[in-house]
Design a protein around this ligand. Sequence first.
Ligand code: XLS
Ligand code: NI
Ligand code: NI
Length: 429
Amino acid sequence: MTDFFGDIAPVSFDPNGDGDLTFRHYDPDALVLGKRLEDHLRFSVAWWHSFAWPGGDPFGGQTFERPWFGDSMDDAKLKADVAFEMFRILGQPFFCFHDLDIRPEGDSFAESADRLDAITDYIGSKMERTGTKLLWGTANLFTHRRFMGGAATNPDPDVFAYAAATVKTCIDATKKLGGENYVLWGGREGYETLLNTNLVREREQAGRFLCMVVDYARKIGFDGTILIEPKPQEPTKHQYDYDVATVYGFLKDFGLENDVKVNIEQGHAILAGHSFEHELALAASLGIFGSIDMNRNDYQSGWDTDQFPDNVPEVARAYYEVLRAGGFSTGGTNFDAKLRRQSLDPMDLIAAHVGAMDVCARGLKAAAALLDSGELEAARAERYAGWETSDLLTSDLASIEARVRAGGVDPAPRSGRQERLENIWNRYV
Ligand code: XLS
Ligand code: NI
Ligand code: NI
């Protein structure tokens, strides 16, 4: 036991509770559409934001003082101890990490890999004891200066090699911990200027890299889902995995559309000029929906501000699409969200997650009730009903022209009923 969280007790569900330590909406055992809420939402804590982020911004450095900030393996273990204490307080079933979040980088590749091995042994025994599970692991291929010009897409083959070797160790670590997914977010896979960039070559490298990842994961019997996390820009000016549609085209191009799915983040969807629900609905319709990074961007800043979600109607739209897609299988709701830099207290960390879990629970319950009512889906089905009996899609232009000429039917426009549907929506949220 560390004393970081002091006497903060485990958070429990009480619809009439007050204070920071009560869930008013998230009752893990409540049945929604026949499934426990905890199993619907599959919450996860992000190691990087909650335990590794020092509170800096472009104008100022560290604001948080954490007893585990340092670069020894003892610091890494203390960080893990505190992490598992937080999972227990919150009843969080899952967590996610980058290699760099859980162990300090060594002086050589081999030392870094050994440390990853050692710390994942340590974390693994805690997982066994507590039952907390790994939603996904990933490699940090963006912080170190060696990756400044890209990892897989770097002009220097030695950097490609370093990145590939690193990912291999992270897939091994993820498999060892029983991770249900492995994520690739291309934090430096893009360009700063077209003036020095060979687009054809970089795309080819990224495709080959991903094929190697898939091959290796399958070869060692990793049966989790491999996920790409789209993001349009930040940190690079342009990132190749721009959005769901772009990633799908890329996967198709390299024959990976059945092997790789997407991890969709709220803030990234907004940066790409989409809504979160758009990205979710599109991924589901393309058969590549995997998991979500739940957070919220400041809509004025234009940056990936990674705030905790606080907007129930928005979150409900997202979960409506998740539920329509059949819910999560290996995926879950990872809070890729960080405190504001003035939120210094351990209680801030707890309260942030409690609030976010409640927002998600409210959103999911509203979405489930609406889906269950069938009201929107009936309207959607009715809108397309004409196609149920139509053979047009197997016809050809000339036959269609002949038919239209003979039939003489000028189709009558019908209302899209948007406002009425919005009113239905608002009855549930
Ligand atoms: C950054 C990404 C990152 C990924 C994991 O914007 O959201 O945190 O989720 O590398
Ligand atoms: Ni993310
Ligand atoms: Ni992000």
